[in-house]
Design a protein around this ligand. Structure first.
Ligand code: NAD
Ligand code: FE2
Length: 386
């Protein structure tokens, strides 16, 4: 199998990296830009700081701050309308995965006709769009590094996954200082999303020699820093490590793949609006226990890198240690069970399980899992996670 990497051509990582925006835009000779963000970041002044830097440099900026968590096709179309009227030459994404994903698709529509739905799936976007600068404020989805965008089609209640090299940001400015304001619960949810990216990229059937070192570094950083970032929000070293882990996780999974956790997570987001990281978190221990027999050595290697097992421990011991760690991690982060995060009772949830299993399989992610589940096994896993 050939390995392929698609990554931003410029990545600047570290405290203060977001202040490199103006020099980077000047290198692109950009005079008009569209900033895509959300209402919270606009209210708290994060957008304003960027706008004043642009204004000082004489760069004309328009703002679309209407992106909602789990961005919709409507969000993309609103941003695209504004892009057309303001004639921006570069799109700037400022926010968590939601604004970054919306901005990716807005930028692509500059050269590809709507509707967005036709680009769902793999490698379906014919032409490159406008250059995108991604500035993440969560640590996180790693979307700043990826060729993936997740956009909800509210007409079908489906989270569409678009994967295409034309979705990779041109520039990623990865500044952990922007994450210091994340409350504990958001830190926990996006942190487990990062961990899931590292784990799934490594155990995927598409894992390769380019993504393996990135995935292992990702899980190592998360295992050593997530609980500190959760308990001490101003702990700069832990925040910086988590931001690095998020980017490494994004680089790894987008060029390997995600697997069953993300596949089963998808309908939980679309139907019950469970935040992406949280829906991964409530599934991760159960799905790991199921998947482990499909790649015991790989899971053992993850456990070793996370220092849950030593070089002399058996593969079984290392796997058990990983299972235990994931359960304990959720407990320490205050993450409950599946029944605690969906707003319905068991009879309602179970009546939709056929459609959920189908949506999970249709995402394509479960097929990359080391142990590929049937629809019945997926339903059984939801039951166990309940
Ligand atoms: N494209 C990819 O590669 C990829 C990968 C994983 C997930 N995703 C998608 O990303 C989305 C989730 O993104 P997310 O988890 O980063 O959350 P998000 O962008 O949806 O933001 C969640 C909330 O956190 C707030 N927030 C953002 N930064 C903050 C900060 N620094 N301090 C305080 N609050 C802050 C936002 O305003 C929002 O209210 C989902 O739609 C998911 O499907 C995409
Ligand atoms: Fe994810």
């Amino acid at each position: 199998m050939l390995s392929q990497m698609n990554l931003p051509s410029t990545i600047i990582l570290g405290g203060g990296a977001s202040r490199e925006l103006v020099p980077q835009l000047q290198r692109l000779s950009a005079q008009r830009v569209l900033v895509v963000s959300d209402s919270f970041l606009q209210k708290t002044g994060v957008v304003g700081r960027i706008l004043s830097e642009l204004e000082t440099a004489g760069i004309k900026a328009s703002v679309y701050a209407g992106v909602q968590p789990d961005p919709t096709v409507a969000n993309v179309m609103e941003g695209w309308d504004l892009l057309r009227t303001c004639q921006a030459e570069v799109v700037i994404a400022l926010g968590g995965g939601s604004p970054i994903d919306a901005a990716k698709v807005i930028a692509v529509l500059a050269a590809n006709p709507s509707p967005v739905r036709q680009y769902e799936g793999y490698h379906r976007i014919p032409r490159p769009g406008l250059p995108l600068v991604a500035i993440p404020t969560t640590a996180g989805t790693g979307s700043e590094m990826t060729r993936v965008a997740v956009i909800t089609d509210t007409e079908r209640d489906v989270k569409m996954m678009l994967l295409d090299a034309h979705l990779v940001p041109r520039i990623a400015l990865v500044d952990y200082e922007l994450t210091l304001t994340m409350p504990a619960s958001l830190t926990a949810h996006v942190g487990v999303d990062t961990l899931t990216h590292g784990i799934e990229a490594y155990i995927s059937r598409r894992a390769n020699s380019l993504t393996d070192p990135l995935a292992l570094s990702c899980v190592e950083l998360v295992s050593r820093n997530l609980l500190t970032a959760f308990a001490e929000p101003n702990h700069c070293a832990a925040r910086e490590a988590m931001m690095t882990a998020a980017s490494l996780g994004g680089m790894a999974f987008a060029n390997s793949s995600v697997c069953l956790v993300h596949g089963m997570s998808r309908p939980l987001g679309a139907l019950y609006h469970v935040p992406h990281g949280l829906s991964n978190a409530v599934l991760l221990p159960t799905v790991t226990r199921f998947s482990l027999p499909g790649a015991p050595e790989r899971y053992a290697e993850l456990a070793r890198r996370m220092r849950l097992a030593g070089a002399d421990d058996s593969i079984e011991t290392a796997g058990d240690a990983l299972n235990l760690f994931l359960l304990e991690l959720n407990r320490k982060l205050g993450i409950g069970r599946l029944r605690d995060v969906v707003s319905v009772d068991w009879p309602t949830f179970s009546s939709r399980m056929d459609a959920m299993a189908e949506a999970a399989l249709a995402s394509g992610s479960p097929q990359n899992n080391p142990r590929v589940p049937t629809a019945d096994e997926i339903k059984q896993l939801y039951r166990e996670a309940w």
